[in-house]
Design a protein around this ligand. Sequence first.
Ligand SMILES: *Cc1c(COP(=O)(O)O)cnc(C)c1O
Length: 230
Amino acid sequence: MPSVKDNFNAVMKQVRDAAVSCGRNPDEITLIAVSKKKQIPVIMEGINAGAAHLGENYLQEAVKKIDAIGNTKICWHFIGHLQTKKARSAVKYFEYIHTVDRIKLAKEINKHAAKINKVQKILLQINIGNEETKSGAALQDIHELADQVMQLDNLSLEGLMCIPPYNPDPELTRPYFRQLAQIREELAEKFKTAEIMKHLSMGMSNDFKIAIEEGATMIRVGTSIFGKRE
Ligand SMILES: *Cc1c(COP(=O)(O)O)cnc(C)c1O
């Protein structure tokens, strides 16, 4: 069985190779190791192998881990569905929140960030495959949501995130990645602020190479690093 360290190194190499083969600078791509449902000793193996960005989906579980592991060496990313009532805790613990998909949630995050003098980095999640079972803003609502988020002083709009419909053939996921990149382009053009909207959080174990080819700047990889989840 390969170790977490072996897995992490292999994924890093695949990320670099994918970037270079499509003419991108590998340094533009942040590998987020998704540690949901994994225990602290296993996560520590990832950290010791060099993982500096970790992604978590469930707030209560994440809070325990972050309290134990700390946030000085690790940048924590919240990538799960966020209930409005848990916004305070998400703001306290996470550097990035990838899953803002409604104005009510954005306002609540903004309010709690203001209270602790923080500018919270967020991404807008788009339900790119228009799937009933998935979170994320509808495509037709994204411009209005982005406009409103831009009015909130304690939010920094960093980019867009999506979880496309699963397909065992990652090539079939490409059009969704391409569409997310196009929407990012539109919004960046509209707001014309250099520092915002630079990120595309897309690509998981099965399809991160394709995501990189389509412009991903943050990929979220769990299984290929930490193994299958229970
Ligand atoms: C679990 C999860 C991942 C990681 O998925 P793998 O297929 O295990 O790499 C990435 N993004 C989100 C939002 C997830 O929930």
